[in-house]
Design a protein around this ligand. Structure first.
Ligand SMILES: Cc1cc2nc3c(=O)[nH]c(=O)nc-3n(C[C@H](O)[C@H](O)[C@H](O)COP(=O)(O)O)c2cc1C
Length: 344
């Protein structure tokens, strides 16, 4: 299509919220980024893109969808991350995910756990670009939302940028336009998943080079981003920064980044938390337990006045029968009373 110059009075093209959300995202994290967590992150970062925990395609197809694909309407834009390596199953799971209202389906090519390796998916797929391309093509044909890939740089002692680029090119040729690059290798033998997030060295320069070499692709960098300055600096080189552990342990970072990147006024921790009250009360009324929600909130006052007391009150009280919003108010009230922490 030939581009047409805008005429005076034409509406200025507006970046869609989904497209804009690429600048800041919260990583998929098993056991952590469940729906309660995502609702909390959404309140902190109204513009960021959120990711579910990884769900295996088989589980989406045969499992308890109400639980596995639970999602609150406030979570948009939110991506469903799938695990698997059988194109037909992934396609069916992608279709189900899109029908459930997810804005994107992301394929996990980065998880190194033994269980995942035994199932021949996750990071070991870095060695099977043709299979990933077939999977992505099948997923794209089956659903009408973007299909993206989260990958590593390579596995074990592959340290060859050309091979990484071949992987990306093969998968991109099947129609995948976005890659989240956890910018280190996965070592499939000898390291636990936790060690695999810490020991293999970070090579952000490979993600930057990918964006330079393939400017038409959307490239998001992930891995070890610890603070707002680091996250913003990455945006000089790639389209987005994805934060995992730092965002989970210090969720206020998400709020500061959202305001820095998208504008708006900084709120207060207490106000953001109080804006979660209708959700919490609704969930409790539906039978949820406070501890399943409050566990994601523990880091909100990280490094702040009363932050420890906040955490302690929630950790000790949230599992008690009948625990409700009053406990959160009690925890908030302590943050106003106690002295700020001193350096240790
Ligand atoms: C508890 C935990 C669970 C994770 N689960 C997933 C997952 O389900 N899918 C995935 O692609 N990555 C998973 N990861 C990896 C993160 O998405 C991310 O790539 C990694 O933590 C590096 O980013 P960070 O240094 O900002 O935490 C997990 C990480 C953690 C800490």
């Amino acid at each position: 299509m030939t581009p047409v110059d805008p005429r005076p009075g034409d509406p200025v093209p507006v970046e869609s919220p989904y497209a804009a959300s690429i600048r800041l995202s919260v990583a998929p994290m098993m056991d952590w980024t469940d729906s309660h967590c995502r609702v909390f992150h959404r309140l902190l970062a109204p513009h960021a893109r959120l990711y579910t925990e990884m769900v295996h395609a088989n589980a989406v197809i045969h499992g308890d969808r109400a639980k596995l694909l639970a999602r609150d309407p406030s979570e948009h834009p939110v991506a469903l991350q799938l695990g698997g390596s059988e194109p037909a199953l992934l396609a069916e799971a992608a279709r189900i995910g899109a029908d459930h209202g997810f804005d994107e389906v992301n394929l996990n090519c980065g998880c190194p756990s033994d269980r995942v390796q035994a199932g021949r998916f996750g990071a070991c797929l870095m060695r099977e670009p043709a299979l990933v391309a077939d999977s992505v093509a099948a997923m794209i044909a089956a659903c009408d939302v973007p299909v993206t890939v989260k990958c590593r740089l390579g596995v074990d002692d592959d340290h060859d940028y050309g091979r990484f680029l071949d992987f990306v090119d093969t998968v991109a040729s099947a129609g995948c336009g976005m890659f989240v690059v956890h910018a280190r290798n996965a070592w499939l033998k000898g390291l636990s998943p936790k060690e695999n997030r810490e020991i293999p060295p970070l090579r952000y320069d490979w993600a930057y080079a990918l964006k330079r070499d393939r400017p038409g692709l959307t490239v998001v960098v992930n891995g070890g981003i610890a603070d707002a300055a680091e996250a913003t600096a990455h945006l000089d080189h790639v389209d987005g920064a994805m934060l995992g552990r730092a965002a989970y342990h210090d969720p206020w970072l998400l709020h500061r980044l959202d305001v820095a990147l998208y504008g708006g006024e900084l709120s207060t921790r207490a106000d953001v938390l109080r804006s979660m009250r209708p959700y919490v009360e609704d969930q409790l009324a539906r039978g949820a337990q406070l501890k399943h929600i409050s566990r994601h909130l523990l880091g909100l006052f990280h490094g702040e006045r009363g932050g420890r007391a906040f955490r302690q009150v929630l950790s000790e009280g949230a599992h008690r029968p009948g625990a409700g919003w009053a406990l959160l108010e009690e925890a908030i009230s302590l943050t106003a009373l106690l002295p700020a922490p001193t350096a240790e």
